[in-house]
Write a protein that binds this ligand. Structure first.
Ligand code: Z5A
Length: 215
C-alpha cells in the first residue's frame, strides 16, 4: 500500500480489558497482522505514550506514592491523554500510520466510571473537551474473570496500585467494559480471554482480519 493510501485510511485501534487479560501479549499479534499488510504502525499506551504521560502514569500506579482522590485520578488521566493525542496520536494518523494503543478512554469509563463511581456524563464531558471527534475505529476487548487475570498478572510482576483494589471493583470494571461493548457492537471485537493463548490469538486474528477486509 502506498503512503498516500495509508494517509487516507490510517485507523485508530485500541485494546482493552482488566488486569492480566493479555493486552500486551496480543498487541504484538495485532501489530504483526497490520505490518503483514504493509501498514506502518505506531504502538503506544495509556496512561503514557509521552514523557509527561509516563510521569503521570508513575504517579497513578505506584502504590507507595500519595494516592490521588478519584477526581484527581480522572483529571491526571485526561491530562496525559490530551498530551498523547496532540503530540503522538494525531500526528501519527496524519502521517498515515495506524495507531495501536494499549487502553484508551473506554478504560476511563470502566475504571473511573464503573469502578470508582464517577458520573459517566462527567467523563463524557471531558472526553469531548479533550478528544473532540477523535474516537477509536475499532476496540478489542479481552474479556476475562478478574480473579484469573489478577493471578496471571501476579505471576508476572509486582502488583500496582489498581491491582490492589478489592474484587468488587474489578467486577464493576468488567461489567463496564461489557456494557460499553454491548451498546456499540460495531466498534468492538470481544474475545474470550479465558481460552489458551493460541485460541485467543486465532479468534482475534480471524475477527480483526474480517474487520480489516470489510471494515
Ligand atoms: N487506567 C485507568 O484507570 N483509566 C484509564 O483511563 C486508563 C488506565 C487508560 C495501567 O494499565 C492501569 O491504568 C490499569 C487501569 C488504569 N490498571 N492496572 N493495573 P496497564 O494496561 O498498564 O495495566 P494492566 O492491565 O495491569 O496490564 P498488564 O498487567 O500489563 O496486563 P496485560 O497487558 O493485559 O497482560 P499481559 O502482560 O499480556 O499478560 C499477563 C500474563 O498472562 C503474561 O504472563 C502472559 O504470558 C499471560 N497470558 C496472556 N494471555 C494468556 C492466556 N490466554 N492464557 C494464559 N496466560 C496468558
Amino acid at each position: 500500500m502506498s503512503l498516500q493510501e495509508n494517509r487516507v485510511s490510517a485507523r485508530f485501534i485500541t485494546v482493552e480489558g482488566g488486569e492480566g487479560v493479555g493486552k500486551t501479549t496480543n498487541m504484538g499479534l495485532i501489530q504483526s497482522i497490520l505490518e503483514s499488510r504493509g501498514l506502518e504502525v505506531c504502538i503506544t499506551r495509556e496512561p503514557g505514550g509521552t514523557a509527561l504521560g509516563e510521569m503521570l502514569r508513575t504517579s497513578l500506579l505506584n502504590p507507595e506514592l500519595e494516592p490521588p482522590v478519584a477526581m484527581a485520578e480522572l483529571l491526571m488521566i485526561f491530562a496525559a491523554r490530551a498530551q498523547h493525542i496532540s503530540t503522538v496520536i494525531e500526528p501519527a494518523l496524519a502521517a498515515g500510520q495506524w495507531v495501536l494503543c494499549d487502553r484508551f478512554t473506554d478504560a476511563t469509563y470502566a475504571y473511573q466510571g464503573f469502578g470508582r463511581g464517577i458520573d459517566l456524563p462527567a467523563i463524557a464531558t471531558l472526553e469531548q473537551l479533550v478528544q473532540g471527534k477523535r474516537r477509536p475505529d475499532v476496540t478489542v476487548l479481552l474479556d476475562l474473570d478478574p480473579l484469573v487475570g489478577l493471578e496471571r498478572a501476579q505471576k508476572r510482576a509486582e502488583l500496582d496500585r489498581f491491582e490492589l483494589e478489592e474484587a468488587a471493583f474489578f467486577n464493576r470494571v468488567r461489567e463496564g467494559y461489557l456494557s460499553r461493548a454491548k451498546a456499540e457492537p460495531a466498534r468492538w471485537i470481544v474475545v474470550d480471554a479465558a481460552k489458551s493463548l493460541e485460541e485467543v490469538s486465532s479468534t482475534l486474528n480471524a475477527q480483526l482480519t474480517r474487520w480489516l477486509d470489510h471494515g
